[in-house]
Design a protein around this ligand. Sequence first.
Ligand code: ADP
Ligand code: MG
Length: 701
Amino acid sequence: MKTDLLQTPITYLKGVGPNRAQVLQSELGIATFDDLLNFFPNRYIDKTRYYKISELERNAAEVQIIGKIIHIKTVEQKKGRRLVAKFIDDTGEMELVWFRGHKWIKEQLQLNVPYVIFGRTNWFNGVFSMPHPEMELLSSHEQGLRIHMQPIYPSTEKLSNKGITNRVISHMVQQLFAETRGVFRETLSPDVIGELKLVSRSEALFNIHFPQDQKKLARAQFRLKLEELFFVQIQLISKNLLRKKKIRGLPFERVGEHFNTFYQEYLPFELTGAQQKVIKEIRADLGSNAQMNRLLQGDVGSGKTIVALMSMLLALDNGYQSCLMAPTEILANQHYNSLKEIIGDMNINIALLTGSVKKSERKGIHESLEDGSLHILVGTHAVLEHKVQFNNLGLAIIDEQHRFGVAQRSKLWHKNDIPPHILVMTATPIPRTLAMSLYGDLDISVIDELPPGRKPVKTVHRYDTNRLKVFRFLKDEIKKGRQVYIVYPLIQESQALDYKDLMDGYESISREFPLPEYRISIVHGQMKSEDKDIEMARFVKGETQIMVATTVIEVGVNVPNATVMIIESAERFGLSQLHQLRGRVGRGGDQSYCILMTGHKLTAEAKTRIETMTATNDGFEIAEVDLRLRGPGDLMGTQQSGLLNLKIADIVRDNDILKTARFYALRILQEDPDLALEKNLPIRQTYAELLRHRNIWNYIS
Ligand code: ADP
Ligand code: MG
């Protein structure tokens, strides 16, 4: 079959006129034969299987059961009557329920005669029931033509209004198979098909639209999901390979004096195994001839800062400058101070550049950057300003990357002829699944081990009505010399309201914790940044014991003496934010606590979030739950939501298939980067076509 045929406009399919074609296009994006072929049912009604009542699960599935009615009664309710039949098989009993058409149904139903019923089950008060079942006498059911699995296609209101029902679509697909004879070009190579024992593409497409049974459907789905994820991976991996081949990097070949001196004399603690592993990975990148583009993931407190510093020392040993960018002034300050402290009296020039650095001082920084005497620049967005010119920027490190847009990253990139190496650090755990799909073009390092001796933070959920008890607990902790955070939500849309919440909270806390015994700091978004810094600094120095704040303290703030994190209206926070906030405590040797305060009314999702937080401290586990709750689009922000465009695969549920797809894509591209081998011809052709015809691939920018 020629591939051209599949590019035929859908209006040429028999039974599809211009009107229908237009609706198909606008509602479903179906413009060509190929689009229709790749428009898959989203579920199937399985009439190949008969369930026993004892096998039913509480998931409201559509099932088919053989049994008989032994009793019928009418039940009076406030909202009208319903007809209830007791239905049994040899494993148990259930109820059939009708809300309408009682008289007719009562006349039709026969007691103690075998029926085949079909419908969706409900579970209520310990009984399964099926409202308005389809019913057929077993005797006539056995004579009738068996329907197999009926495909149900995604639909919209407009489609059904225009008469394009599920049956109509199913007929169109049948027509399509007739006109194309159901033979479709293979897209994968013989090795992949052979090793994974995949069904052919034609067979898969047939069975996805007209499955003969569950087994064939499962094989068709596996093949098509694998194929879809495989081509995403092919795209991501070839981009990565291309970058390594094309984008020359600055070769940092030496491990020199600064790195070694630091390692031998200044390292304040022993590196964890995970930190060592990651530094090795970074060293290998920097020593190669390609530009490094690496994502470093490490949970809060896992010790990313030291990894950043040691990478910057490698740059310095090779005669290059580096910069470390943080999303907020507070964080930039903190990075600056902790780097200064760690390097002690080593002969390294390091400066801080933020919006609030004075003009006179700024000038000096600009000059020393340009003449190369400044080795390390720490800062905020201010670093990206045009006036800031490096002599030779060799390494750019970006902390908490989700706060920086891609455009900003590329600004840094363009500060040199040869782009600097890039290390992006994030404490937002990105599930491996997602990282693999979204950042397939970045290399990924993970610090998956916390420094020794950390006590896991104990997390509890308390209702607002128990606030007094919580306050008593705070007083005990403060008496022991500890400090506490109390955090209020900040949601952009209702800033004024949030501000009021915060201020009301502050007042009541001030009453409960009066001077001079207690001293309170407050930090929020409407304060000037100098004032914020002053308040922050007081808390860091231990001059105040309580920090009342909005989420500005979310990222990175390090006060090891703080042992309690109270999160007000915790139900309003997302999981990743809750996890970030909790990471502010448990940074010292003392047992720390996170208290999630909520009202009594919680949505199911909020409950899941709170339960997840109290159940685990593992950021990756939390991220997986978050991904399940919100889907990948929300998790990563809007730009990356393109992954939702996958037609059949689901990166959460089909994690294992994704791994398989990635494994094969990697193996093939390593052996044959240009897909030039004869056996890979189907892959090359398909990939080229996908790039040409399917705009969904554009999301991988
Ligand atoms: P994050 O990954 O959140 O940026 P930091 O780099 O701020 O973590 O490290 C958190 C704390 O743990 C810091 O006080 C740091 O000095 C300490 N730390 C980091 N690595 C180790 C280690 N290997 N052993 C002991 N303490 C460490
Ligand atoms: Mg950090």
